[in-house]
Design a protein around this ligand. Structure first.
Ligand SMILES: NC(=O)c1ccc[n+]([C@@H]2O[C@H](COP(=O)([O-])OP(=O)(O)OC[C@H]3O[C@@H](n4cnc5c(N)ncnc54)[C@H](OP(=O)(O)O)[C@@H]3O)[C@@H](O)[C@H]2O)c1
Length: 293
């Protein structure tokens, strides 16, 4: 197959492009190219900003499928949730329709919800709605928190844990997550492509539901770190998050993310087996890569 991958330069994108190539497919990467512009055997790079692109249908012409991965988790300047996540998806799926692409694999997010108190989850929900309403044959995935080399959550947490003797945990730390490996997510994407449009949404998570505190303790054990954990009430962390958003390019936590800590981010523990026929990997057994961070 010839497969266009929007966001093929990002964390999930790099692993997806590799998995598609390994499965014998040809890949067209679509992104702005802010950090890399990969090209090579069976890989083409097309530069496009999804907030303004007008020629996406030309890019998708001749593609059997589009895998749509572009989304942001933190807003920055003109890169807002609404412009990138919702509008960008509308633009991509409309272009896929014009180009008569036969399968649109949409990467959503576990917890996508129309509740306006959670702007990221709202934008992911609106994006998914646009795909479902488009008339383009689709499969949608909603992964939980994704771990693996190059991830933006576990590696940042590890770096913070290495330099701080005390690890602050927002609130009671009991909100549950269901980490899924990037290898398993890309395996689901490739399987979805090979099966053809399912016209449904698959929630996918790893085999363990873990609190934030469980995740911190797992990393501590894996890396042999001795750190003290302190719980900080969320209202006390809000002004700190606000300051970090103003000052840092990649703040370790934003106010939006602190608000999302109020909700569990989980699905069935056997979701991958039920949806895709294989057992997902455990975070605790597969976090060695964090030694490199
Ligand atoms: N990581 C997780 O834990 C997780 C969990 C659940 C769901 N997801 C979903 O998985 C998908 C991929 O996430 P990720 O972690 O791989 O994100 P990421 O590493 O931040 O990658 C985002 C990608 O989008 C591209 N991009 C950003 N703004 C763009 C724009 N305006 N126009 C065109 N391209 C743009 C970036 O490339 P350029 O900078 O080169 O443009 C990059 O390739 C997203 O849909 C996300 O919601 C992720």
């Amino acid at each position: 197959m010839r497969v266009a991958v929007t966001g093929g330069t990002g964390f999930v994108g790099i692993h997806t492009v590799r998995a598609l190539k390994d499965a014998g497919h040809e890949v067209v990467i679509v992104a702005r190219g802010t950090t890399r512009r990969p090209k090579g055997d069976r890989v083409t790079f097309v530069q496009a900003d999804l907030t303004s692109a007008t020629k996406l249908a030309d890019t998708f012409a001749g593609c059997d499928a589009v895998v749509h991965l572009v989304a942001i988790i933190q807003e920055r300047g003109r890169q807002t949730f609404d412009r990138v996540n919702r509008e960008g998806t509308e633009r991509v799926v409309e272009a896929a329709k014009q180009a008569k692409v036969g399968h649109f694999v949409h990467q959503g997010a576990l917890g996508a919800d129309p509740d306006p108190r959670y702007p990221y989850l709202l934008s992911k929900w609106s994006a998914e709605q646009a795909v479902r309403a488009s008339g383009v044959p689709y499969t949608a995935l909603r992964p939980g928190l994704i771990f693996g080399p190059g991830d933006g959550f576990f590696t940042l947490l590890t770096r913070m844990m290495r330099i701080n003797p005390v690890i602050p945990i927002a609130g009671d730390g009991r909100t549950l997550f269901q980490p899924i490996s990037v290898g398993d997510v890309t395996r689901c994407i490739v399987l979805a492509l090979e099966r053809g449009p399912a016209t449904r949404v698959y929630e996918i998570g790893g085999p363990d539901q873990m609190s934030y505190e469980d995740i911190v303790r797992t990393i501590k054990t894996a890396l042999g770190l001795h750190r003290k954990i302190v719980h900080v009430p969320v209202p006390m962390m809000m002004p700190v998050a606000f300051m970090m958003e103003k000052v840092l390019r990649h703040p370790p936590v934003t106010r939006d993310q602190l608000r999302m800590l109020g909700r569990h981010n989980i699905t069935r523990v056997d979701s991958v087996r039920v949806g895709f026929g294989f057992d997902a990997e455990r975070f605790a057994d597969n976090c060695d890569y964090l030694q490199d961070y």
